[in-house]
Design a protein around this ligand. Structure first.
Ligand code: PAF
Length: 293
């Protein structure tokens, strides 16, 4: 299958490297410099102490034309606005959106594509440089159909270290990932710790549980025990990782706090649920990213 991947961050590089093993992948990046580097030297995937270089076509975002059967969108949610106009005329491609949070869903209505899939990434990945990604935690990609029929059985993209799992209920799937992100991302960014520390440090684990309790109530999720197990699993699988929000704060970049904790706060206010910790986390992260206000 011809696959386009939009975004040369950790997730874009990770998907490009794994999918290139069985498919014809083109990676589209923000800068021509990164595209040129990948065209010349390929994408380097580091996994289980082994390094593998995969030759991959690469071009800047401006050159995407919708010629691929599947377009995977792996940019941060706050970069989607710039890219969406270029996807308007892609009638023949199916889309898979991999953003954190749920803020991007309203943007999908403007697309004319017959098939739109939404997915959640449960892998740990760190971008080491413009062409190199370290797959630090093997998880899975869960996906569901947002619009159209599931003509794309994404399981065909899977390899043993890179599974795809279909979800019948994409809203529930996104809410569950939102729950994990509402807890892991702001706490790790604020405490400046890798994900696993939230489970291993008993004081941080208390905060983890308190944030979990507020968020499940705000999002009106049931099966709390199962969900707690799932969030702990994500945290454990990515234990050595610095969450994307922690990295954004470290690098002085804008964070995805509005797309992640924003919707949980909205739901809390809608359902009259008190969420003092989520409010504290939201304002703390906004304060830390102050230059981007
Ligand atoms: O945003 C992230 O960093 C990831 O979604 C997750 C699962 C929290 C792992 O770090």
């Amino acid at each position: 299958m011809k696959v386009a991947i939009m975004g040369g961050g950790a997730i874009g590089l990770l998907y490009a490297a794994h999918l290139a093993k069985k498919h014809e992948v083109t990676l589209y990046t923000r800068t021509e410099r990164q595209a040129e580097c990948i065209r010349k030297k390929g994408v380097v995937l580091i996994q289980n102490n082994k390094s593998e270089t995969l030759p991959i076509h690469a071009y800047p975002f401006t050159q995407v034309k919708g010629e691929e059967e599947l377009v995977i969108i792996a940019v941060k949610s706050y970069h989607l606005h710039e890219l969406m106009p270029s996807f308007k005329s892609f009638h023949h491609s199916a889309f898979l959106f991999l953003q954190n949070g749920m803020g991007h869903l309203s943007l999908l209505e403007n697309l004319e594509a017959k098939t739109i899939l939404v997915g959640v990434v449960e892998h740990g990945a760190v971008r080491l440089d413009e062409q190199t990604v370290h797959h630090t935690g093997i998880g899975q990609t869960r996906y569901g159909v947002w619009k159209g029929t599931p003509m794309h059985k994404l399981e065909s993209l899977a390899t043993p270290f890179f599974p795809f799992v279909f979800s019948e209920d994409p809203i529930q799937m996104l809410k569950e990932k939102l729950l994990a992100n509402c807890i892991i991302n702001p706490l790790t960014a604020l405490l400046a710790v890798p994900n696993g520390e939230l489970l291993d440090n008993p004081f941080y684990y208390e905060l983890f549980l308190q944030t979990f309790n507020e968020t499940v109530h705000a999002l009106r999720l049931s099966n709390h025990e199962d969900l707690l197990t799932k969030v702990k699993e994500i945290c454990r699988k990515t234990e050595k990782n610095h969450s994307s929000m922690y990295k954004d704060i470290q690098l002085g970049r804008k964070t995805e706090i509005d797309a992640i904790v924003g919707p949980a706060l909205k739901q809390a206010s809608l359902h009259h649920v008190e969420v003092p910790i989520l409010e504290f986390l939201y304002r703390s992260i906004k304060g830390k990213e102050a230059p981007h206000r």
